[in-house]
Design a protein around this ligand. Structure first.
Ligand SMILES: C[S@@+](CC[C@H](N)C(=O)[O-])C[C@H]1O[C@@H](n2cnc3c(N)ncnc32)[C@H](O)[C@@H]1O
Length: 281
């Protein structure tokens, strides 16, 4: 029997829903769009179009991977962040929509034409590339300690034609002292005992992108230890944190001598961002 776009979507959505995927229909549409290299409007315009045996075989393989829990972003090979299509890989985190709040907050700090910015633990390059896209005049730099993440972020920068300097560094180790106006980071911050590590996409993503040492806060201590030599007086530090870490992170900021410390919520209303400033001299 011929498999049409409509019949494939119905069956795939049913299977995904049975497997407990919340956005079953949307995920099925995304897989089909990827296979056809078309947008969703095409699926609705041509519901009776039949799939070739080769298309069916590829789709069956993708669907099975998804039913086995493999992140949809990895199956698609790319994910959208701040309207940018970013390649993803098992080397690092799949960018999350909540992290866009960090971009928003960074942009709200001003439209100064030539800020110097550092994104620590850049992964796919998500934060650095979003900022460069919005503020082409800013000098945006980024590091990650995973060589494969550095390669991936550079590839994304090239494909998007965004001029961001990206290199390998274990936090500040290979970043010379400097005069950054803005330092931002979405570091690994999950507590090693957090049950969320056993759920959803997170089960597949590398621990190096997720777990923040013994208490979830290790990366913040590392970042803060290099601030004095690199953040300009009056410059800003912005980090993402876990939903229950706002107080602890604010305390670390204060202990590191930062001032004007404040917190911001993500789109779900969780305290997600801490911002602080180096005192002006
Ligand atoms: C939570 S992910 C965030 C990735 C990206 N910034 C984003 O928001 O999608 C944390 C990133 O920090 C990187 N990382 C972990 N430990 C690091 C270290 N010691 N030095 C530099 N980067 C590190 C990981 O490889 C990973 O890419």
């Amino acid at each position: 029997m011929a498999v049409t776009l409509k019949s494939w979507l119905l069956e795939a959505s049913r299977q995904l829903q049975e497997a407990g995927q919340e956005n079953a229909r949307q995920e099925a549409e995304m897989l089909l769009c990827q296979q056809l290299q078309k947008n969703t409007a095409y699926l609705f315009a041509w519901p009776e179009l039949t799939l070739t045996p080769i298309q069916q075989e590829q789709l069956a393989s993708w669907l099975q991977q998804r039913l086995d829990g493999r992140p949809l972003a990895w199956i698609l090979g790319a994910w959208e962040f701040w309207g940018l299509r970013l390649e993803v890989s098992p080397a690092t985190l799949i960018p999350r929509a909540d992290t866009e709040c960090l971009v928003e907050q960074a942009l709200s700090l001003g439209e100064a034409p030539a800020l110097r910015v550092m994104d620590l633990g850049t992964g796919t390059g998500a934060l650095a590339l979003a900022l460069k896209k919005e503020r082409p005049g800013w000098q945006v730099e980024a590091v990650d300690f995973q060589p494969a993440a550095v390669t991936l972020a550079r590839k994304n920068a090239r494909q998007l034609e965004l001029d961001v300097r990206i290199w390998q560094s274990d936090w500040w180790q290979s970043v010379p002292p400097g005069d950054y106006d803005l330092i931002l980071s979405n570091p690994p911050y999950i507590h090693p005992d957090d049950p969320h590590l056993l759920q959803g996409d997170v089960r597949f993503e590398p621990q190096t992108a997720l777990v923040g040492g013994d208490d979830g806060l290790e990366a913040y201590r590392k970042l803060l230890s290099g601030i004095e030599q690199r953040l300009k007086p009056g410059g800003w530090l912005l980090v993402e944190q876990g939903y229950d870490q706002a107080e602890a992170v604010a305390e670390l900021f204060a202990r590191a001598g930062l001032v004007e410390i404040s917190g911001f919520q993500d789109y779900a209303g969780q305290p997600r961002i801490t911002q602080g400033r180096r005192p002006k001299v």
